[in-house]
Design a protein around this ligand. Structure first.
Ligand code: KIV
Length: 294
């Protein structure tokens, strides 16, 4: 809370050194960013989960760099204390280092303080290029939702010794290439622990067990705004979907029963003006209604 986080500060924030775990939450707009920062989060992730929880897509692959820049700018306008990281969406860091740097710069110009990208060894040249452009970059290993087609679904990763060792080696390679932190998604908790112990930058887990250096959840998931497809790692702290629908239903009922608005919720004319208005209430005079501009 109020820590003035920077990428270098985050990069050395390990729980094994006696630090408290980092708190990362997603946000996609200014009110969300204000609430997340007031709740004391250390990092706001403008995640490409945007595509699923806000834009109504059924995966993250349709999210564009312009979508991400638009929502990153909304988050940044809230001037949150938390450190803002924005996701590079699919295919914005796969083609060439030059294109990758340009896309990362678009998110920085929109107000992010760092970018995040998914993947292991294949991403090393892109991570190095982003770092050379002086842009801090966070990695993302384990279940990488942008790889949903090649992975064949949202599946737990690192379930065999070989797979766990590969992810662990990739984490070391990402740290070596310059990442200041790594999101670990959907790996067995023992693998989360192993990776966390084997690198000097923080791991931020989502479905990666309790031993990571931080935890992240998606805003809409923890608030119970989306109830479809909740994985077991989501703890729902509120039931805002039901609460919101109840509030909206009450409004609709009040309108239909003519209970809304009351005179207290309406603007009033002074008695003098009401009297004057009375002079105009004859049908003829209404043709030149002086209140027409209302
Ligand atoms: O897009 C996102 O929200 C993420 C988190 C799930 C880590 O990448």
């Amino acid at each position: 809370m109020g820590m003035n986080w920077t990428a270098p500060k985050i990069s050395s924030h390990k729980v094994r050194d006696g630090n408290t775990p980092l708190v990362m939450l997603t946000a996609y707009d200014a009110p969300g960013a204000k609430m997340v920062t007031e709740a004391g989060a250390d990092i706001i992730l403008v995640g490409d989960s945007l595509g699923m929880v806000v834009l109504g897509y059924d995966d993250t692959l349709k999210v564009t760099i312009d979508d991400m820049a638009h929502h990153t700018a909304a988050v940044a306008r809230a001037e949150p204390d938390a450190f803002v990281v924005a996701d590079l969406p699919w295919l914005t860091y796969h083609i060439s280092p030059e294109e990758t740097v340009k896309n990362a710069a678009q998110l920085i110009r929109a107000g992010a303080k760092a970018v995040k990208l998914e993947g292991g060894y294949d991403r090393i040249p892109m991570i190095e290029a982003i770092c050379k452009a002086e842009i801090p970059v966070m990695g993302h290993l384990g279940l990488t939702p942008q790889s949903i087609l090649s992975l064949g679904g949202y599946k737990i990763q690192g379930k065999t010794t070989n797979a766990a060792i590969t992810i662990s080696n990739e984490a070391k390679a990402l740290a070596h290439a310059g990442c200041f932190g790594i999101v670990l998604e959907c790996v067995p908790s023992v693998v989360g622990k192993l990776i966390t112990e084997s690198i000097d930058i923080p791991t931020i887990g989502i479905g990666a067990g309790p031993d990571c250096d931080g935890q992240v959840l998606v805003f809409h998931d923890l608030l119970g705004i989306n109830h479809d497809l909740q994985p077991k790692f989501v703890r729902t702290y509120a039931n805002l979907k039901e609460t919101t629908i109840e509030a909206l239903k009450s409004f609709a009922d009040d309108v239909r029963r003519k209970n809304f608005p009351t005179q207290d919720e309406s603007y009033q004319l002074s008695d003098d003006e009401i009297e004057t208005l009375g002079l105009y209430s004859k049908p003829d005079s209404l043709k030149d209604n002086p209140l027409g501009s209302w």
